[in-house]
Design a protein around this ligand. Structure first.
Ligand SMILES: NC(=O)C1=CN([C@@H]2O[C@H](COP(=O)(O)OP(=O)(O)OC[C@H]3O[C@@H](n4cnc5c(N)ncnc54)[C@H](O)[C@@H]3O)[C@@H](O)[C@H]2O)C=CC1
Ligand SMILES: CC(C)CC(=O)C(=O)O
Length: 365
């Protein structure tokens, strides 16, 4: 990958490589765009096949955060970190302390939170070194694990997408195929089960599957089978790029609505599912509940206020669908349009000169 060419092509601001020999930390912080405010996005710990794959993931996820935060109405830019390693074997306290110091060194340009492979306990360790971390323990007056709130937002967004596809937002009796039943999707399954939806689940982790079978009466299928099952709604809740040339011909669902980031392998796959008449709830709009929740910590966390905003994922999905219909475009493009228009409006409004304490005029006093 020609890194500067890529950064220029997709308007990235900064890519930071962090190495700490003692703890084994190898982290990549990608900051995409800070027009709306500091870049907020989680830290993913994963065993990447190559350093290039890790860089690509950080970059793609960071750009997704710019769009997610903008579309959610947050005054935050987009960034993300990936830590290279196996979260089950390679974590240690010094690693997250070292990582916290690297974040502190960015002086507020980047604020982190949980993502796949990292936990509230990890955020608490980072917090020993920096205040630029969210999703820390409720004991600190913070919001804790974002996953249940992300799940609630996905549930709300799924209902809005169902209303468009089926004429009603009730999920009672609807068959939902859930791919990956981890932190977010387990909580999503609970909401769906409580509303009377029928669940088909899969995961590469057998224990997670069994928990959903036992707790919610879900039917289990093998990971490769999930795309082709007879269902009304397909909910990708594992990793990205699952909507692709190989999977689209198998999908029988009328709605795709799930938590995973970067679900479309390529934008052309968003065009194809649109042509097939599938209602696609764009990933970064439907899964914004977690970031909306952790962002509230920056104002002094208030759960009621945060949950009210997360309920708005429903109307945000409605808004995206109506832009898509108005402009005759697929929903993924409508979501991009919504996010980009907000960033441009704010960029223009911030172009006016404002004196602040760092300005040269102040230094002369
Ligand atoms: N946790 C959060 O608040 C947010 C999460 N997301 C996204 O939602 C997705 C899920 O996040 P979490 O639930 O936090 O992660 P998680 O790691 O708890 O759950 C992911 C699950 O997917 C399973 N999985 C991995 N590969 C699979 C495959 N090929 N087939 C089937 N299952 C597979 C894993 O075993 C795991 O149980 C991720 O893409 C994440 O980036 C997005 C926004 C917020
Ligand atoms: C997990 C969230 C708190 C932030 C994030 O990184 C995301 O929404 O993907």
């Amino acid at each position: 990958m020609e890194i500067f060419k890529y950064l220029e092509q997709y308007d990235y601001e900064q890519l930071v490589f962090c190495q700490d020999k003692q703890s084994g930390l190898k982290a990549i912080i990608a900051i995409h765009d800070t027009t709306l405010g500091p870049a907020l996005g989680g830290t993913r710990m994963w065993t990447y096949a190559s350093e290039e794959a890790a860089i690509e993931d950080a970059l793609r996820l960071a750009k997704g955060m710019t769009y997610k935060n903008a579309a959610a109405g947050l005054n935050l830019g987009g960034g993300k970190t990936v830590i290279i390693g196996d979260p089950r074997k390679d974590k240690n306290e010094e690693m997250f302390r070292a990582f916290g110091r690297f974040i502190q060194g960015l002086n507020g340009r980047y604020i982190t939170a949980e993502d796949v492979g990292t936990t509230v306990a990890d955020m608490d360790i980072i917090h020993e070194e920096t205040d630029y971390v969210t999703g820390i323990s409720p004991a600190f007056g913070s919001s804790g694990n974002p996953s249940p709130v992300t799940a609630f937002g996905v549930y709300r967004g799924m209902k809005a997408a169902a209303k468009e596809a089926f004429g009603s937002d009730s999920l009672e009796g609807k068959v939902v195929a859930v791919q990956g039943v981890g932190n977010v999707a387990y909580n999503l399954c609970r909401h769906l089960h409580e509303e009377g939806a029928k669940l088909i689940v899969t995961d590469i982790n057998k224990e997670s599957v069994m928990r959903a079978v036992e707790d919610f009466g879900a039917k289990a299928v093998d990971p490769d089978e999930i795309y082709g099952v007879e269902c009304d709604i397909y909910a990708p809740c594992a990793l990205g790029a699952v909507i692709n040339d190989a999977t689209i011909p198998q999908i029988k669902a009328k709605v795709i609505a799930g938590a995973a980031n970067n679900q479309l392998k390529d934008t052309k796959h968003g065009d194809i599912i649109h042509e097939l008449g599938i209602v696609y709830a764009p990933d970064y709009v439907i899964n914004a509940g977690g970031v909306i929740n952790v962002a509230d910590e920056l104002y002094g966390y208030n759960s009621d206020r945060a949950m009210k905003k997360v309920e708005g994922v429903y109307s945000n999905i409605e808004k995206v669908i109506s832009i898509a219909k108005r402009d005759c475009i697929p929903t993924y493009k409508a979501a991009d349009r919504m996010a980009e228009e907000r960033i441009e409006r704010m960029r223009n409004s911030r172009s006016q000169f404002l004196l602040n304490e760092k300005h040269i005029l102040n230094r002369r006093r």
